[in-house]
Design a protein around this ligand. Sequence first.
Ligand code: AMP
Ligand code: MG
Length: 342
Amino acid sequence: MRRSRWLAAVLLLVPALLLWQLLRSPAPLRLVTFNGQTMGTTYHVVLRVPDADKAADVQAAVDARLAEINRSMSTWDPQSELSRLNAAPAGKPVAVSAELYKVLAAAQHWSRATGGALDVTVGPLVNLWGFGPGGERRTPGPREIAAARARSGYERLRLEPGRVTRTVPGMYVDLSAIAKGYGVDEVGRLLHARGYAHYLVEIGGEVVAAGERDAGTPWHVGIERPEAGLPQGAELVGAVPLRRGALASSGSYRRYRDEGGQRRHHIIDPRTGRPTQSRLVAVTVWAPDCMTADALATALMVMGPDKGLAWVERTPDVEALFLVDVGGGDFAQHASSGFVTE
Ligand code: AMP
Ligand code: MG
């Protein structure tokens, strides 16, 4: 009798130990990947999920969320909230969604912090040089540039809680420098809200990471060699272990046109109304969130490698890698003190 009671106790203990072991050791995880089209480019998601989780409806939710952001912020959709704001009469406050307001407010914040290097009101200039919707790439004359400059300037875009006023007729806001990063953050937030702790989200080269690729192994993000004509990601100059936060890149080597020995690309220096002129061909920025990294990558392309690097060093929570064309197909790498590559 005594013996069988012991036996029962041991038998009970064994399943309890097994259960404890099961709970203690993490469930086996595997990677699920999916991709699609958004914001005129592609997106990729890599998700580390428990074995039993098929993550079946996650992609549909991601697609729906990205479509929603596009309906708010795209200048390529004439019906988007932003296109309607751009078409509204100047001088009148327009009520905007919380989401659009948040991105506009972030853009204005970084415009002030970068001395106007980032300026989402450069839209008329982007369009003039042919890098906007339906644009024809050409070199405009000085008068046209002056006229487009008169319709831009972030200080002329007024924000008050929930409302936006374009104070100059013909003002045109273009969020292409920041919206992809916001989209990346939002997809990350969606995955987090669904209980996922390990993921990598990328839209057109802008990336956010959470958790780890494998136990003890961080996600790694490659930095491509900024050479025109190379297929995307074909050659890397290094890889960044992304333990937290986001990476975004800007460059003058993908969307451009050469004319008379000068490269006309899609990043406009708001102070001149012309594409930036420097040997800086690409910048990659680390920041805690991808909207910030995206905005700053564009701003640092405008600032150039020297002023840009000094700015990064005195700004907390931002790191950057500048790739400068030194001729002969070589690139010099200038990294801020906390930028880690492997
Ligand atoms: P990104 O690829 O993030 O560097 O964004 C570049 C896009 O932002 C361009 O295609 C333009 O539509 C727009 N853009 C160009 N120059 C600027 C600027 N100085 N500030 C804000 N947006 C800009
Ligand atoms: Mg950007």
